[in-house]
Design a protein around this ligand. Sequence first.
Ligand code: CP
Length: 300
Amino acid sequence: MRHEHVITAKGLSRADIETVLDRAAELEAADSRAVELHRGKILALLFFEPSTRTRLSFDAAIKRLGGDAIDMGAVDESSVTKGETLADTVRVIEGYADAIVLRHPSQGAAKMASEFVDVPLLNAGDGAGHHPTQTLLDLYTMRKHVGLDGISVGIMGDLKYGRTVHSLATALTKFDTVQHFISPESLALPANVRYDLHEAGSTVREHRDIEDVLPELDLLYVTRIQRERFPDEREYRDVAGEYGIDAAALERAKEHCKIMHPLPRVDEIDPSVDETNHAVYFEQAHNGIPVRMALLDLLL
Ligand code: CP
């Protein structure tokens, strides 16, 4: 993976994914002993949209590897406000850093930006497009709890605008999984993701009601309705609060069924789930550290 960009999950082979997950497991076991691996290396954080987990876990990951991060900070305090293009911004920043992490509201922004730089560029979310590094930590969490082959996975919520869903569904085609998609009709998977799943030989099984499929699942991946992506607030209000899970509903789930969520959550996972054996979403967020350390280690 040396010097490659990480733009979509489609660009990662099963072998690439397993390499990252295996390295993450080694680094997690090594804990702070990894600290000298990348002393002096600089990671640039360019976030044109809000983030808590992705920004802070990349920051912590490079520091745990002995490197450091430079952060462009708030967009309205950068030269973007003077009209600088994204292409010019990344061309300048590649001279300051050994790798770039980019989050941007426009779908395709990471791909476009990657064409202007030679240092590795990691897509930390491009609008309603993809979020491949989230997918790697999702797979790491799944592998720990239920494995990645021979499982039934439900993906519920905003399948249309949810970039974590697009990347995860694509990555899961590289494993022996059955995928069930649960959403209102208006938030079903977009055509391009359906096409990728079809091309990979996966069958798209769609449901309007989680009750129809919950007892079959080994894992349920819940997502937030992406309010910020709706062109019309009324459309958001029509579907807001429609899909959720609580501890009572989970009584119909397999005992080992795990509930994941990329976070942040709003109301789609009731806090009553937090204390059950099903909940792994906080651990999932914490897995961002070893997985992003592994990715940086391999790329740098
Ligand atoms: N899961 C995720 O991408 O979270 P942030 O938006 O907080 O980075």
